[in-house]
Design a binder for this molecule. Structure first.
Ligand SMILES: [Zn+2]
Length: 235
């Protein structure tokens, strides 16, 4: 095979390798995007759970307060038989009634809190159901991305094997070096066809002499962008 044909073949494989690597870099981003989207969906559940916790703490506090007040009422009641005067007795009795009234207000508040807690409990379990469905969806999307990654990795190693077979043992090392150097400096594309007398890498017109020598099968590079040039065959 002519040098130029070998390099064309090599360029074809290297471009595929480059594209495959690019795609492989993108795939993990897709997975973290999916994970972030799911994270956003969990915000509402987290808020509900925080509210639930807050209400439970409030309930516990009110419950303790109620118990303390009940103990206090009992203590006052215990003092009643020890009182000597009617006036003092009535005053204490009044005090006890007041405390009982306060307590029934507190009890109402506790009942309302318990109702709120029940409502939130229901919302939490509904939200969890929704999330578990979403999680399943995201998991299968992630599984598909992982399959894509596997397929890309397989085709990458296939291409790398193929690349080795394209380079014959007798290819001049300087030709391969030239190709590699241009590819590195010119963003992957080292070899380009001539179109309408111009280099299709940089679109500059080529000198008549260059076109002439190319048609004789010489290995030449573009004066402007340094890429290796070739003339496309008729077929
Ligand atoms: Zn050029």
């Amino acid at each position: 095979m002519k040098e130029i044909e070998i390099l064309k073949e090599l360029q074809k494989i290297d471009s595929q390798i480059f594209q495959t690597k690019l795609a492989l870099e993108e795939k993990p981003k897709k997975i973290s995007f999916l994970e972030k989207e799911f994270e956003k969906l969990t915000v509402s559940l987290k808020n509900l759970e925080a509210e639930y916790k807050k209400l439970q703490i409030e309930h516990k506090e009110k419950d303790l307060e109620l118990q303390a007040k009940e103990a206090s009422i009992n203590k006052h009641k215990g003092q009643l038989p020890l009182i000597k005067t009617n006036k003092e007795y009535n005053a204490l009795q009044l005090e006890i009634e007041k405390m009982k009234a306060d307590n029934s207000l507190l009890e109402e508040k506790i009942i309302m809190l318990l109702e709120k807690i029940d409502v939130i409990k229901v919302s939490i379990s509904k939200e969890k159901e929704v999330l578990s469905l979403e999680e399943k969806k995201i998991d299968s999307a992630k599984a598909l991305v992982k399959l894509d990654i596997k397929a890309l990795e397989e085709s990458l190693s296939r291409l790398q094997v193929q690349r080795k077979t394209v380079i014959p043992a007798d290819l001049k090392p300087e030709v391969l070096e030239l190709y590699e150097r241009i590819r590195e400096n010119r963003g992957e594309i080292a070899i380009v066809p001539v179109r309408d007398g111009s280099c299709s890498g940089c679109f500059m017109n080529l000198r008549a002499q260059v076109l002439n020598e190319l048609s004789l099968g010489k290995l030449l590079t573009c004066d402007t962008c340094s890429r290796i040039l070739y003339v496309e065959s008729e077929n």
